[in-house]
Each structure stands twice: as structure tokens, then as C-alpha cells.
Write a protein that binds this ligand. Sequence first.
Ligand code: ARG
Length: 456
Amino acid sequence: MAKQWGGRFKEKTDPIAEIFTSSIHYDFRLAIHDIRGSIAHARMLGNQGIITKKDSKKIISALKEIEKEIKSEKFQWDYSLEDVHTNIENALIKKIGDIGKKLHTARSRNDQVVTDVRLWLREKIDNIVELIKEFQRGLINLAEMNMDVIIPGYTHLQPAQPVLLSHHTLAYFEMFQRDKERFLQNRKRVNVLTLGSTALAGTTFPIDPYSVAKELGFEDVSKNSMDAVSDRDFAIEFIFNCSLLMMHLSRWAEELIIWSSPQFGFIEIGDAYTTGSSIMPQKKNPDVAELIRGKTGRVYGSLINLLTLMKGLPLTYNRDLQEDKEPLFDVSDTVTLTLMVATGMLYSIRVLKDNIKKALSLGYMEATDLADYLVAKGVPFREAHSIVGKVVLYALEKQKTLYNLTMEEYKQFSPLFDNNLYEIIKPETIVARRNSPGGTSPSQVKKALEEAKKRI
Ligand code: ARG
């Protein structure tokens, strides 16, 4: 097939250079969006009298036929043609001859390719937002089912203070809520029509980009044709948002990995989301969670890829921009699949309450409340801290918990200790008393849970 731009050339493209510059093996994924853009463009050309209405109709119905062929996998992709745009335009010309050659009036591949990517990305964002919501529903479900479970809360991965498992779970809800907001903001900047910018400078034809925007569901029309054909901020933003989302999923996965190891034993992940070992028969490994953690690196890699791709590009279009698609596709595929598997795994989690209860008695997590107890009796906080520190050291040496120390033992450290301290240092009391807004008390967490359901 002769090159669309062949007129000016005497020699053929080197075969290796042809392979090197080709993108059809991945940008075929934009085919349906390319056709949608072309149909809207052809309709506008007809309405504006740039081509006849008759030609416009012919082009549109031929494009619809091509769409059907692509969807039913009957379309013959020609890998010797550079990209998806050329493939579809050539097929159109094959179908309707010279009329098909009119479609590329008042546009260029430079504005066409961004239009395709924007249409494609808008769909992916909508899908990802829905998948985030499903994951959040899973978090709410886990929180709701386990309102009575108190777990050790950690700082430095050392036992710190008891918290509700539901409180811990809703911490993740907040992260994913922010992620969703970021994607929705990103969507606004994605949802802009750039078609009509043509190669870089606009066009001499009396186009109507607003009608094209309306047909394609774009909320806005780009303001500067040079920016429009060379901007990929919206794509970088998307990958950044995916990076942050993956970081959140990875932290969550890391906790599942730790919590499901027998040394913690807080949860069991369902068999469907774990795998065995080829040599050690006893093993049940959290491979899915590990791969969520692992795939995060690959998404970060794409972010750096695109940032680096853009940093040295002079205005306007440069062929480097073709390299935006593989990372974008890969990130979108990775994030979509990760969210789907994460939600499934989330519902498979079994909470091992007895083990959690045992862990709760370790680590002296009552110490802060014991210090606060002395403060309430008039001891300055620093002094209370030091007294309780000594109590903990004593208990450690005696291999006792703070709950098991006798009143005589307590009295050695301060005469202010009294029998009611045993009630104060119960995990239930510790948790219930943290009733500050956003705190871990059951009444705060219940409120947060109800709000989360509405905010989703
Ligand atoms: N395949 C190209 C890309 O993805 C399409 C635009 C080609 N434009 C050009 N001037 N060579 O960027």
C-alpha cells in the first residue's frame, strides 16, 4: 500500500525504520475511539458545507461498517501501515474510493491521536472510579461486620494503642476516597476536544469544533491549537493518580501479608487468593497481595517514563509522543486488574478474633491510659510518663501484663494508683474513651461508617 504522505518522497522507507516507527501493534486499541472521532468530524464537515452532505453520509456509513468489522474481528489490520489512524482511513478509501479521501480535510493525525487517547482515557477513568467504589464497599462491609473487634494499633510496627479493626479499615476508605476525587478532577482535563487544532496552527476551513465536542461528549474545547497537539499533562496526571492508588493498594496488601503470617495470625486470606509451594506442602502464600505490592513499581515506572518523555520536547508535535501509549495502556490494564482482584480478596478475608485477642494482651498498649489516669489525679504528664515507664519495665522483668500486676505492686510506684485502674486499662474502655472527632471510639466509628456509605 502506498504511503499517505508518499508524494514528496523518491525512496522507500527502510524496512527496519518502518518497523521502528510503527505503532499499529498497540494503538489498534484506539480503533473504536478513532472511528467515533472520525464520524463526528465527518458529520461536522458535512454540516459546515466543507464537504457535501452526501459525501459526509457515505463516509459515516462506511466508518460504521468498518467499526462492525473491527468488533467482529473481521477487519484486516495491515501492519505495514504505520498506525491505527492510517489503517482505518485506508480501509475507508478502499470501501468508497475518492470520497473517503475527503475525511482528512481540516484535521491532522496530531489532533486526531490526542482525541482518540482522550476518548479512550475518559472511559478508563470512569471504569476505574467504579472499581474503586466497589473496593470501598468491601471495606465498609469488613468494617461493619467487625465492629466488636479491637486490634493492636501500631506505630513503627510496635504495639501502640488498641483501636477498632473497623477504624483501621476505614482509614483505607479515606485514601481511596481521595483517589476517586483525583480521578474525577483528572477527568475534567481529559474531557476536552482537541480536534480542529489540526497539525499545530488551526485550519483555514470554517470548522465548528463545538458541535464535534457535543457529539463526542467533551465538556470543553481546547483554547490553543499548539498546546492541544503537544500536551500530555492529562495522561501524566492519570498515571500519577494511578501511582497513588497503587501505593494505597500496596500498603493495604502489605498489611494483609503481615497479618496473615502465623506470627501475627490476625486474618486468613481465602484459598482463592493464595497459592501453594512446589516443595513445602504446608505453605499457603499471599501471592496475590504480594503481586499487588509488586505491580506498584511498574506503574511508578510508567510515570517516570512519561515525565521523561515530555521534558525535552519543543512545541509542538514530535514523534516521541507516540511513546505515550504503551505506558498508558499498561497502567490502565494493571490498575484495572489489580482493583478487581483486590476487591475479591477483600471479601475473602476471615478475621481470627482469638489470635487478635491474644495479641492485644501483649505490648503494654495500656500505658498511655495509665499515665493519663495519673494525670487526672494531678500528676504532671511528664512525671506520670516516667512512673508508668518504670511500671512497664517492672512488668517486663516479671513477665506480667499491666492487667496482671497486683495493687500492691502498683502502689510501689505511686500511692495514687487505685483499684479502678483495672477498668480504665481494659481495651474496651481505652477504645471507648477515644471519642474525639475522627477517633477510634465505637460511637465515632459508627458515625464514620454511616457517613462513608453516603460519601461513596
Ligand atoms: N502514531 C502517531 C502517534 O501516536 C500518530 C501521529 C503521527 N503524526 C505524525 N506527524 N507523524 O503519535
